[in-house]
Design a binder for this molecule. Structure first.
Ligand code: DX5
Ligand code: ZN
Length: 221
């Protein structure tokens, strides 16, 4: 059993965009470890969020690692802009609908000295990411169908978290296992019990009055 520090990554998708700088500072002061930035293009997912200019703006206001989750087609084409904007880790979708060569895009992220992550939709089997496990820093297990905040957590995704944890233990690898979607104190506990060590949360943090309390609750403190 590996004991790791649990990292909390607030997703700014649920923040108040009219005062984003203040929201970032509140999250930082409340104990956020990373910030999670959800990039949606209206094609790969049925929603549009924000792009590299907003990532660069966030970068100016925090030293926290920026964890960029690309829910877009042709991540290879847009990658240089997100690297330039100051991402510390970039996570790609493995589904064919993302329209890129996964191995090549991962290699390009690595070559830029950025953390490389891979993720899969709830409907995508674990086998789809298995060939890449040794080549990534982070596996993001989507616990909702991507596109919108505020959805209900899918407990059946814990099977994928467990399989990743078993792989990590067998290989003695440093792989981060991150969960994203519907994370609250209860589902965070379940995720950590199954092997997750990074918790993404939007609604649970930004739609409450006390971000520090929300983050402590996620860590089970
Ligand atoms: C969903 C995004 C999530 C989302 C999580 O497509 O990838 O990061 O912001 O939101 P909550 O925590 O509200 O489920
Ligand atoms: Zn996300």
């Amino acid at each position: 059993m590996t004991h790791r520090k649990i990292l909390v990554a607030p997703s700014i998708l649920a923040a108040d965009f009219s005062c984003l700088e203040a929201e970032i500072h509140r999250a930082e002061e409340a104990g956020a470890d990373w910030l999670h930035l959800d990039i949606m293009d209206g094609h790969f997912v049925d929603n549009i969020s924000f792009g590299p200019a907003v990532v660069a703006t966030v970068r100016k206001h925090t030293k926290l690692p920026l964890d960029v989750h690309l829910m877009i087609e042709r991540a290879d084409h847009y990658l240089p802009r997100f690297l330039e904007a100051g991402a510390n880790s970039i996570t790609l979708h493995v589904e064919p609908e993302a329209k890129h060569d996964v191995a090549q895009t991962l290699a390009a992220i690595r070559a830029a000295g950025c953390g490389a992550g891979l993720t899969l939709n709830p409907a995508t089997p674990f086998e789809a990411i298995e060939p890449y496990l040794a080549k990534i820093d982070l596996l993001l297990v989507m616990t909702v169908h991507p596109g919108f905040g505020g959805q209900a957590f899918r407990p059946e995704m814990m099977e994928k978290v467990k399989r990743a944890r078993d792989w990590r233990e067998a290989q003695q690898a440093t792989l981060h296992i991150e969960v994203d979607g519907g994370i609250n104190a209860e589902t965070a506990k379940l995720s950590v019990e199954n092997g997750a060590n990074i918790l993404v949360a939007g609604t649970t943090i930004f739609r409450t009055d006390d971000y520090a309390r929300a983050i402590a609750d996620l860590r089970g403190e």
